[in-house]
Design a protein around this ligand. Structure first.
Ligand SMILES: [Ca+2]
Length: 249
């Protein structure tokens, strides 16, 4: 218990002193457990994991990543696969915010990488391909290619401005492309289901896709295989292809 104040009144014969209060402890009204000084903050939780930096965009530890084009002034695969690439008439412009430079594609531009064992689609289907896209124009007729592995999978924009993620025997169409504006397109083929994402959000999905018929066609970026027509008109960046199901995080 706290001490109560001692009221001492000293009286001497012939003299009267003013009452004096001697406080020997906190007054009842002022004391409570809450009045104690704040306890020091608890020590950091030693068991908590420190925040790890995110993996690089072209993660060399990702064994399912088959192609990763950052297009930082050159056309080179940054994945562990180090897929051989060749390019034609690709120049470089500012990319989406935070992504450095991008490739600019015109009526004769294209990037290709040859088929090979790393490009075999498993059973059931497991393929993801994505790119930042910024078209300068839509096709007057037909379509323009973002990416195509002929007879297997690809992505295109159409004359009406719609975007298709396509697999061997079908596709899914949705709105992803906007003239002069960057959007991120992701196509995920997971078994018999093909799903298109725009800026990380599901835009459309369909089922009934058959098993990809693994062929020997080269992969084209910015043009349609196998001859390299239907050229993309505009900019592309951050092109990644996985032989795995990788919906956007
Ligand atoms: Ca880039």
């Amino acid at each position: 218990m706290p001490s109560r104040p001692i009221l001492a009144v000293l009286l001497f014969a012939g003299c009267t002193f003013e009452p004096m209060t001697i406080a020997t402890g906190p007054a009842d009204a002022a004391w409570s457990p809450d009045a104690r000084p704040d306890a020091p903050p608890p020590p950091p939780d030693a068991a908590a994991e420190p925040d790890l930096p995110p993996p690089p965009f072209c993660d060399p530890d990702d064994q399912d990543l088959r192609l990763c084009l950052e297009l930082e002034g050159e056309v080179a695969d940054g994945s562990a696969a180090r897929s051989a690439t060749s390019s034609q008439n690709v120049t470089f412009v500012d990319g989406p915010p935070g992504f450095g430079m991008a490739g600019h594609f015109g009526a004769t531009s294209r990037i290709t990488t040859p088929d090979g064992a790393p490009w075999t689609v498993g059973t059931p289907n497991a393929v993801t391909f994505e790119a930042w896209i910024r078209p300068e124009e839509f096709p007057a007729t037909g379509r323009l290619a973002i990416l195509d592995k002929d007879g297997e999978y690809g992505a295109f924009i159409n004359a009406d401005g719609s975007t298709d993620c396509r697999s061997l025997d079908g596709g899914v169409s949705f709105t992803a492309a906007e003239l002069g504006v960057w959007h991120r397109l992701t196509c995920v083929l997971d078994g018999d289901t093909l799903t298109g994402y725009v800026d990380g959000q599901v835009a459309a999905s369909t089922t009934g896709m058959v098993a990809v018929n693994n062929g020997s066609a080269a992969l084209f970026v910015g043009a349609n295989g196998t001859v390299g027509d239907q050229h993309w008109l505009g900019d592309l960046d951050g092109v990644r292809v996985w032989m795995a199901v990788r919906p956007p995080e």
